[in-house]
Design a protein around this ligand. Structure first.
Ligand code: AHG
Ligand code: MN
Ligand code: MN
Length: 333
């Protein structure tokens, strides 16, 4: 059984950039993931993990204690290995420069990370899977120059690495460098990630699940409502089954393995959608395409959207090509 490190060293994923850099990136990601995993497994036993931190983030959302813990775990882990020069996180208004001293652009690394350190925060206190979503780019400005916002506002099609960690019935790290999607399960007794899900794909010709927060039905457009009715119709391979846990990572992971569509459209409350383009939608869209699916905002390919700001939101649809195209037909009718 391959460990994640062996998989990369033997170049099983045919990564075009530096293998050494990829190993160092993963050494940071694995370390932070393992410490979050450890905390998640203690949730309920200590006061430090569960509940609200009493603070709000830039988007006005209440930060959970674990949101902050996960944010710090990733920042520290990337800092200590000096493998990236800048990070943008859901939990920080501005991007963070990783230099020898804070705010110093003396880091020779050319890699930029965008991260949702803890996805599905509303599920922390109720033992439902949560996740981390990450995305890596190469900076646009030359090294040693000051990092600018343009280094972070790159189209999703420029990602060189994207992935997530799901802290579920087991902890699994799933990633793609543009050569398929591979999943590695953490053996907690050894602290090692082993290849468990090589070459993940949406199952061919299986359309089974639709995932949407149907509580927002009254706030959806006619196109979305008509698609939901279509999913519920008794015809051909329908009705589809409805599954929605409210953790994008968990909903996507299940849908990719079992065959389903995930939808977070615009609503009256979230006129531009709820999910964030840079650190939620782009990495999941990259994995979706690598797994043979399609990711769209209803009209355009997610990966082609030119970002305007770090915390920008977008309507988000991802899943098997046939299901996503069908929904687009309803939306653009
Ligand atoms: P986060 O916890 O990082 O803020 O993300 C929550 C997101 C996403 O994970 C999930 O799919 C969605 O919010 C659920 O939203 P609703 O509760 O509105 O359905
Ligand atoms: Mn999230
Ligand atoms: Mn989050």
């Amino acid at each position: 059984m391959y460990t994640l490190g062996e998989f990369i060293i033997e170049n099983r994923d045919k990564f075009l950039y530096s293998k050494e850099a990829l190993l160092r990136l993963f050494s940071s990601i694995k370390l932070a993931a393992k410490s979050i995993n450890k905390e998640v497994n203690k949730a309920g036993l200590t006061e430090e993990i569960m509940g609200s931190s009493g603070m709000t983030n830039i988007q006005g959302e209440t930060q959970q204690k674990l949101d902050n813990f996960a944010h710090r775990a990733f920042i520290e882990s990337f800092k200590s290995r000096n493998v990236v020069c800048g990070i943008a996180s859901e939990e920080s208004k501005d991007f963070i420069i990783i230099g020898e001293k804070e705010n110093e652009n003396n880091n020779l690394s050319k890699y930029i990370v965008l991260i949702d350190p803890l996805d599905g925060s509303s599920n922390i206190d109720v033992n439902i899977p949560i996740g981390t979503i990450f995305s890596v780019y190469i900076r646009k400005t030359p090294t040693r120059m000051e990092l600018t916002i343009e280094d972070f506002l790159q189209r999703g099609n420029k990602q060189i690495l994207a992935g997530y960690i799901i802290y579920g019935s087991s902890t699994i790290l799933v990633y793609s460098t543009g050569n398929g999607v591979h999943g590695f399960t953490l053996d907690p007794s050894l602290g090692t990630f082993y290849l468990s899900h090589p070459d993940l794909h949406f199952p061919k010709k299986i359309e089974k699940i639709y995932s949407i927060n149907e509580g927002n039905y009254a706030r959806f457009s006619d196109g979305i409502r008509n698609f939901i009715r279509y999913c519920q119709e008794k015809k051909e391979n329908r009705p589809y089954t409805a599954r929605y846990i409210g953790s994008l990572v968990g909903d996507f992971h299940r849908n990719m393995i079992q065959g389903g569509i995930y939808i977070y459209p615009e609503t009256i409350h979230f006129p531009c959608g709820k999910l964030r383009l840079l650190y939620e939608c782009n990495p999941i869209a990259f994995l979706t395409e690598q797994a043979g699916g399609k990711a769209s905002d209803g009209k355009k390919r997610i990966l082609d959207i030119k970002p305007r700001n770090l915390h920008q939101r977008t309507p988000f649809i991802c899943g098997p090509i046939g299901m996503v195209s069908k929904l687009e037909e309803f939306m653009n009718d």
